[in-house]
Design a protein around this ligand. Structure first.
Ligand SMILES: Cc1cc2nc3c(=O)[nH]c(=O)nc-3n(C[C@H](O)[C@H](O)[C@H](O)COP(=O)(O)OP(=O)(O)OC[C@H]3O[C@@H](n4cnc5c(N)ncnc54)[C@H](O)[C@@H]3O)c2cc1C
Ligand SMILES: *[C@@H]1O[C@H](CO)[C@@H](O)[C@H](O)[C@H]1NC(C)=O
Ligand SMILES: *[C@@H]1O[C@H](CO)[C@@H](O)[C@H](O)[C@H]1NC(C)=O
Ligand SMILES: *[C@@H]1O[C@H](CO)[C@@H](O)[C@H](O)[C@H]1NC(C)=O
Length: 372
């Protein structure tokens, strides 16, 4: 009998895991409080904890340090990149656009200054090129590069994933839980399963449940403008602040960002910050204004990145009562760019657990190959 897996969460993490589990032959139901919907219908206050609509979302290659920090995440980003490429090529309306990414740094740390074309090739960074001084926007920038990357329209993309999931027979339940363990007590029929038992629960709840003391939020304020942008630009300033653009495509405009405020639960966007972001980005990339010569502001955005000290938690746990929970949360500011790598790890974890490996962490050679 096929395995029955319940995924909690319908952000980019839960949706990607659910599709990947279906591909591995599981019967999957997604239970969540929030589901993807057209972006203008998402409520900025009532749904502020649902991070996926508020994200950029682009892929910015984060260079692993020589000591191996970020190496696991880099492997996830590479896996995600190839699947995004295949999706963009086969599904024109998926919401993904491939483009150049540009990085400008005022005070580059060692992993950037040692990023030669040779090192970039080792890291499999596609289309990598170091920029010359004459290509920098001003003389505060001391290092720059460009590469091939993707950017997407979050609610177009997540709605596509949800559509694919249900088209393949996946069931959804729109519910709010107080505690994950509740699901083991629910009647199976209510969750869309036949008989038997729930073989695994995937915890892709973002910042939905308390319990993990390592979780915190990183507030981000960005501004959505109607101006189109042909590249995704990231500037890292010496004072630790950032200026970036994330084109959404598909009539989604462009995100101009952005702040990273740890433990800041304020829900209200600041007009002063908006003006700084817009001015800061215009100075870095004047082409953003286009023929109109000015910004057309659509909305101020506040989102909460579900961040975790020690990095994302992607591991299995047998909870009290005996149920198996495969965790997939704490993706911080990288949920989209790591999504398919995380989903692959979740399939391996579930498969490993059901084959009797402790904590479900052992990879299995029998995990079904990924089909698009
Ligand atoms: C300003 C900003 C810019 C960003 N830019 C980028 C970017 O460029 N690239 C990138 O990769 N990432 C970016 N991110 C990060 C990215 O948006 C997140 O990492 C990602 O959306 C997290 O997805 P998730 O599925 O893990 O969580 P969420 O999207 O928060 O989903 C959680 C799910 O769990 C459900 N849930 C939670 N609690 C309960 C409960 N009690 N009962 C039932 N259901 C529950 C929710 O309803 C929801 O369906 C950005 C984030 C912000 C805020
Ligand atoms: C968001 O999450 C926090 C922390 O769990 C909670 O206090 C708050 O009520 C939530 N907000 C909404 C609108 O659900
Ligand atoms: C599930 O995820 C949340 C983060 O949303 C975490 O705090 C919690 O410890 C996880 N596990 C359980 C069993 O709830
Ligand atoms: C970048 O944005 C910050 C706000 O986060 C702003 O204070 C600063 O002026 C901007 N700087 C540049 C040069 O882009």
């Amino acid at each position: 009998m096929p395995r029955q897996v319940l995924v909690i969460g319908a952000g980019v993490t839960g949706l990607s895991c659910a599709i990947r589990l279906q591909e591995a032959g599981c019967i999957v139901t997604i239970l969540a409080k929030d589901f993807p919907a057209p972006f203008p219908t998402i409520d900025p206050l009532a749904q502020i904890n649902y991070t996926s609509p508020w994200g950029g979302a682009h892929n910015r290659w984060v260079v692993p340090s020589p000591s191996g920090e970020n190496a696991r995440e880099h492997a996830f980003a590479l896996a995600t990149f190839s699947r995004m490429r295949a999706l963009a090529e086969s599904e024109p309306s998926v919401g993904i656009t491939f483009m150049k990414g540009i990085e400008y740094l005022e005070a580059p740390p060692a992993e950037y200054t040692s990023l030669t074309p040779h090192r970039a090739a080792e890291l499999q960074l596609p289309g990598f090129r170091l920029l010359g001084k004459e290509e920098f926007p001003d003389d505060k920038i001391t290092w720059g590069c460009e590469y091939d990357t993707w950017s997407l329209n979050p609610m177009v993309y997540c709605s596509f994933l949800l559509g694919r999931f249900t088209f393949r027979g996946g069931q959804i339940r729109k519910r709010e839980l107080k505690d994950i363990k509740e699901v083991f007590a629910l009647p199976l029929g209510e969750l869309g399963f036949e008989a038997g038992r729930i073989d695994a629960v995937v915890n892709a709840s973002g910042y939905g449940f308390g319990g993990d003391p390592n979780m915190f939020i990183t507030k981000g304020q960005t501004c959505l403008v109607a101006n189109e942008c042909d590249v995704t630009v990231t500037r890292q300033n010496a004072d630790g602040s950032w200026n970036f653009s994330v084109p959404r495509g598909f009539n989604g405009g462009t995100i101009i960002g952005g702040t990273k405020d740890v433990d800041d639960w304020n829900t209200k966007p600041s007009i002063e910050i908006r003006e700084k972001l817009l001015a800061g980005f215009r100075a870095t990339y004047p082409k953003i204004l286009g023929e109109a010569g000015e910004y057309r502001v659509l909305a101020d955005i506040v989102g909460r990145r579900p961040t975790r000290k020690g990095g994302p938690r992607i591991e299995g746990e047998v909870v009290s009562g005996g149920g198996f929970v495969m965790h997939a949360y704490g993706l911080g500011g990288r949920g989209y760019e790591l999504s398919w790598g995380v989903a692959e790890e979740v399939v391996k974890g579930v498969d490993g657990h059901l084959k009797g490996h402790p904590k479900g962490r052992v990879a299995s050679e029998t995990v079904a190959k990924c089909h698009l």
